[in-house]
Design a protein around this ligand. Structure first.
Ligand code: DGL
Length: 284
């Protein structure tokens, strides 16, 4: 069993590269085509109807390139458009919300609580669209009725990450502004419900620990999504066999709808590596 077709991954912009990075580590033989809709970012502040229209456009482009599965590496799209994409498109589709909710459940159950007490409360940080959709509380409720979820929209964090302003007093204050209400509501696990936020994971962990006086596990849905993709590819029997030449330079193809040069520079921050990767511009 070996299916050489690439995986199609899309996001509104850069954030989905946190998922790409996790996918490349978990599935080193797979080829990936990534589409960042940089002409229309952000999605998190838009109406569900608009996000659905954009998501259909991204999916269409990747399917035309012959991908074997779609990974929706955007929480906002996963929150409002995933069921629809699954109903409309004839290929396996993985979003980031379900894997994130599953990882949050595992993390909450691992937090020690006194006998008979309910498990740790889960706090979710996300874009306005993701939080308004209620997708995380719904996904957690499907897995367990014992877990309580509290949510907080954190709209300033996406521009901070896009700007590369991820260290120092400004991101720390912004993170504190959003994490404090979660901690005050009793959250003892925090889910990074936006693909940009893993870049700020250290700051979120540090602020949450300072405010609560406890170590607060931070759930990164990018890692959980890579696990879910691996499971799906095995189930569908479409994994790619290891290549004879392990140094396959063409594993990742990057496409954007605007500003490829600046995307390449920031992509390096997400993916690591010495040189800025090549990025092609396309139209949807
Ligand atoms: N990628 C989006 C998400 O995970 C955040 C950026 C945006 O608002 O488009 O929700």
């Amino acid at each position: 069993m070996s299916d050489p077709r690439p995986l199609g991954v899309f996001d509104s912009g850069l954030g989905g590269l946190t998922v790409v990075s996790a996918l490349m580590a978990a599935l080193p033989h797979e080829r990936i085509i990534y589409l960042g809709d940089t002409a229309r970012v952000p999605y998190g502040t838009r109406s569900p109807e608009t996000v659905i229209r954009y998501a259909r456009g991204c999916a269409r482009v990747l399917m035309a390139r012959g991908v074997k599965a779609l990974i929706v590496a955007c929480n906002t799209v996963s929150a409002v458009a995933l069921d629809l994409l699954r109903a409309e498109l004839d290929l396996p589709i993985v979003g980031v919300v379900e894997p994130g909710a599953r990882a949050a459940l595992r993390a909450a159950e691992a937090v020690p609580s006194p006998d008979g007490a309910p498990p740790a409360k889960i706090g979710v940080l996300g874009t306005l669209g993701t939080i308004a959709s209620g997708a995380y509380p719904r996904a957690v409720a499907r897995l367990s009725t014992r877990l309580e979820v509290v949510q907080q929209a954190a709209p300033l964090l996406v521009p901070l990450v896009e700007e590369g302003w991820i260290e120092g007093v400004v991101p720390e204050l912004a993170v504190e502004r959003y994490v404090a209400p979660l901690i005050e509501s009793g959250a003892r696990v925090i889910v990074l419900g936006c693909t940009h936020y893993p870049v700020l994971k250290g700051t979120v962990a540090q602020v949450a620990a300072r405010l609560s006086g406890l170590e607060v596990p931070i759930v990164d849905s990018a890692l959980a999504t890579a696990e879910a993709v691996e499971t799906l590819l095995r189930e569908e029997r479409v994994l790619r066999a290891p290549l004879r030449d392990a140094s396959d330079g063409s594993r990742l193809e990057l496409l954007v709808t605007d500003l490829p040069a600046s995307f390449a520079v920031t992509a390096r921050r997400f993916l690591g590596g010495e040189a800025a990767p090549e990025v092609a511009q396309i139209d949807l």
